[in-house]
Design a protein around this ligand. Structure first.
Ligand code: URA
Length: 235
């Protein structure tokens, strides 16, 4: 693979930046300065260092983003999208959000360009757990929580059994779903005569929203987290 291709595919920089970095001697292949961005390399076995940082080749990219309110989980829209929150070089990697959060919902969004894995993670038969923290207009009774857990009618569809817990402060709740119907939690609360006032996805497939990420921030998934996703995709 050409070095400039490697650098753009890993989201490290643009093609023209790659050329400039090479000319400045900022790109090392196996410890030696690269002379031309068109030089060939083997992404699996060669070590490439860009401006002092070793660049790991990833066939696919996996990113967790802490979605702020008002941003849409789409690739294109009149509004600000989750992709707009990524740096320019990552916007060229054909990433898309794996599942949608409503505009007002905040928290965990997985962005990837691994379409086959995303498809499996979203398929109801894989039972991938998504956990949300929410607040409601009126306190939920034990009976209301039990009704949500057993499944409610959200307009012609009966939701699958799920888990609902009350947090210790009594103000927030957690709900863990293995499916993802349109506006599901909003409609589930309406089915028990209540209303969502805050909704945050706090984990996806058992991967917690990283506490160091403020709203609008992102990071790559680490190797363990990618393995968790791949294992879920196999089930
Ligand atoms: N359920 C909802 O109602 N909204 C979301 O964004 C996610 C789940």
């Amino acid at each position: 693979m050409r070095i400039d291709k490697f650098l753009t595919e890993t989201g490290t920089c643009t093609r023209s930046e790659a050329g400039k970095a090479v000319r400045r001697g900022d790109v090392l292949l196996n410890g030696r300065a690269v002379r031309s961005a068109s030089e060939q390399m083997d992404p699996e076995t060669d070590t490439l260092v860009f401006r002092g940082e070793p660049i790991v080749y990833r066939k696919f990219t996996y990113i967790v983003l802490n979605k702020p309110e008002g941003v849409v989980s789409a690739t294109e829209d009149g509004d600000v999208t989750v992709l707009d929150l990524l740096p320019e070089q990552l916007q060229r990697l054909s990433l898309f959000p794996c599942g949608r959060l409503d505009k007002y919902t905040v928290g965990f969004v997985l962005l990837t360009n691994n379409g086959a894995l995303a498809h499996r993670l979203l398929s109801p038969k894989h039972h991938v757990e998504k956990c949300y923290r929410f607040a409601a207009r009126s306190p939920l009774s034990d009976e209301g929580m039990a009704r949500l857990e057993a499944g409610v009618d959200i307009g012609g569809y009966r939701t699958a059994p799920c888990r609902v817990e009350r947090e210790e402060d009594g103000e927030y709740y957690r709900i863990t779903l293995t499916e993802g119907k349109y506006h599901q939690i909003k409609r589930m609360l309406e089915a028990v005569d209540n209303k969502i006032t805050f909704l945050e996805r706090i984990s996806f497939a058992g991967i917690a929203l990283p506490p160091e990420l403020s709203r609008g921030e992102w990071r790559y998934l680490d190797e363990n987290e990618v393995k968790i996703l791949e294992d879920h995709g196999k089930l």
